[in-house]
Design a protein around this ligand. Sequence first.
Ligand code: NAP
Length: 237
Amino acid sequence: MATALITGSARRLGKYFALMFAEAGYNIALHCNSSVEEAEETAKDIRVNYGVKCELFSQDLNKAALLPHLVESVLDTFPDLNVLVNNASVFGQGTLMQTDEALFDLQMGVNLKAPFFLTKAFAKVVKNGSVCNILDTYISTNVYQHTAYLMAKKALAGFTGTAARELGPNIRVNGVAPGLILPSNEEEVELFRVISKKLPLQNIGQPEDVAKAVLFLTESSYITGQVIHVDGGRHLL
Ligand SMILES: NC(=O)c1ccc[n+]([C@@H]2O[C@H](COP(=O)([O-])OP(=O)(O)OC[C@H]3O[C@@H](n4cnc5c(N)ncnc54)[C@H](OP(=O)(O)O)[C@@H]3O)[C@@H](O)[C@H]2O)c1
């Protein structure tokens, strides 16, 4: 058997990852922070519909000292842990001139520091495994409306390469960079619709498109250090 720890998987994109991994036969270590009720619903869905094991692990990933503890708790429940998907994220809005230290620290803490130290803790205890970092297609641009968020994602993309070199041959590290998939608010719904018309594939993507890429990289035993853009061609513009 195999177990996937997927951070931030109670709802939205992380939930789709958890469902697709469960369908593929993985036990699921379902991490959440504040969405405990939704996490319980997702876990129930997984157990009933896919017949694999699913347990909840609730933790604030902005507390770096506790990150090894999360991996240890998962390992106590699932000794066959071999997949980590670093999905949890905070999409903080703010240009350089609007970003204060608290916003900067939160963006770096959840979007970069947490995946960095979770990967370290994972690689310490897992003999053969795969890490997938969820990035953002905007890493190939210099849009500046979410500057600290984007800086963290760019650094996480860089980390994907350095970690892939350091942790081979036992641990593979890859990334998936989604484009327009799930809007965060009503304003973004219309924005996604307008921007998507300018993409080569002229459409918004589905969560399953991203989940398929994450599962593909996880199961591709001769691929490491790769980033797949699931973005309708946005990175080409
Ligand atoms: N949505 C898109 O179209 C899109 C586009 C490009 C890239 N992405 C990337 O794809 C991933 C998933 O996107 P999404 O929109 O589904 O993400 P999201 O809803 O913004 O966040 C996912 C989860 O992250 C968790 N999280 C936030 N702060 C946390 C903290 N301090 N500690 C622990 N967990 C925390 C939350 O868990 P709780 O709810 O339990 O608090 C949340 O449900 C992200 O990495 C995002 O950057 C998404």
